[in-house]
Write a protein that binds this ligand. Structure first.
Ligand SMILES: C[S@@+](CC[C@H](N)C(=O)[O-])C[C@H]1O[C@@H](n2cnc3c(N)ncnc32)[C@H](O)[C@@H]1O
Length: 224
């Protein structure tokens, strides 16, 4: 079964997963979601040499939005992003979309190097991208440098309950710096409970394209 491309409300493209039946992004706007649900509420540009985890990288929109906004805000320090993905099929689709991010050619080069030459560490324009290919639940335990920011973007808890468990949240928690914060689009009660059980302080995030807010979770309450 193949991935089918669909247009979203802000004109940007996404895909529909053939088995799960879900879109890779919100219908209201894929690019808008990447920026407004992840980078903006976490204010990713504030840290010098930020380290990010893009958990469930897909087309890499969340990483691209982060690089763009960090640079637009005048932060020219080294950006390190650890990217977690387990499906080559969606990575191949990176070459077929043009979401308009200034940094998307960099994302394309990174993914292409990974797919064609199995290169997992890619550095260009003071951005370091590292591919952790495999099950994110296993791969996240390999992260050594503590993350400042985490983007958590699996398919829904209904379709992928295994990626929203307290155990997985605990492993993400352990991979973060003390002042680190996470953003996710889901505001499901079960997700907030899992995050709290793992030790996070949980806050409502912005409302973008759906009725309920997204979720922000920090290791320390003072951070946001
Ligand atoms: C909702 S999409 C994320 C979209 C993505 N953030 C983007 O900007 O395109 C979920 C992604 O998680 C990936 N995924 C699903 N299960 C996974 C797992 N166990 N480990 C790593 N990635 C997984 C899927 O292949 C898919 O690309």
């Amino acid at each position: 079964m193949s991935l089918e491309k669909e247009s979203t409300g802000d004109g940007s493209e996404t895909f529909r997963h053939p088995v799960l039946g879900e879109l890779y992004h919100t219908r209201s706007g894929a690019v808008t979601e990447a920026l407004e649900k992840y980078s903006v509420p976490l204010k990713v540009w504030l840290k010098e040499s930020p380290v990010l985890l893009d958990v469930c990288f897909g087309l890499g929109y969340n990483s691209a939005a982060a690089i763009d906004v960090i640079r637009q805000k005048g932060n020219n320090s080294l950006i390190t992003i650890y990217c977690f993905e387990n499906d080559r099929e969606i990575l191949r689709k990176v070459m077929s979309v043009s979401p308009g991010f200034g940094s998307y050619s960099l994302i394309k080069n990174f993914v292409n190097k990974f797919l064609e030459e199995q290169v997992v560490v890619f550095e260009e324009e003071n951005v370091r991208l590292v591919m952790f290919f495999g099950d994110a639940r296993e791969e996240v335990r390999k992260v050594r440098a503590g993350a400042d920011y985490v983007f958590l973007d699996p398919f829904s808890p209904k379709k992928q309950p295994g990626l929203w468990t307290t155990d997985f949240m605990k492993d993400i928690f352990a991979a973060m710096k003390e002042e680190g914060c996470l953003a996710t689009y889901s505001y499901a009660r079960s997700v907030r409970v899992a995050l709290e059980s793992a030790g996070f302080k949980v806050f409502p995030g912005p409302v973008i394209g759906r009725r309920s807010p997204s979720t922000i979770a920090c290791k320390h309450k003072k951070t946001l």
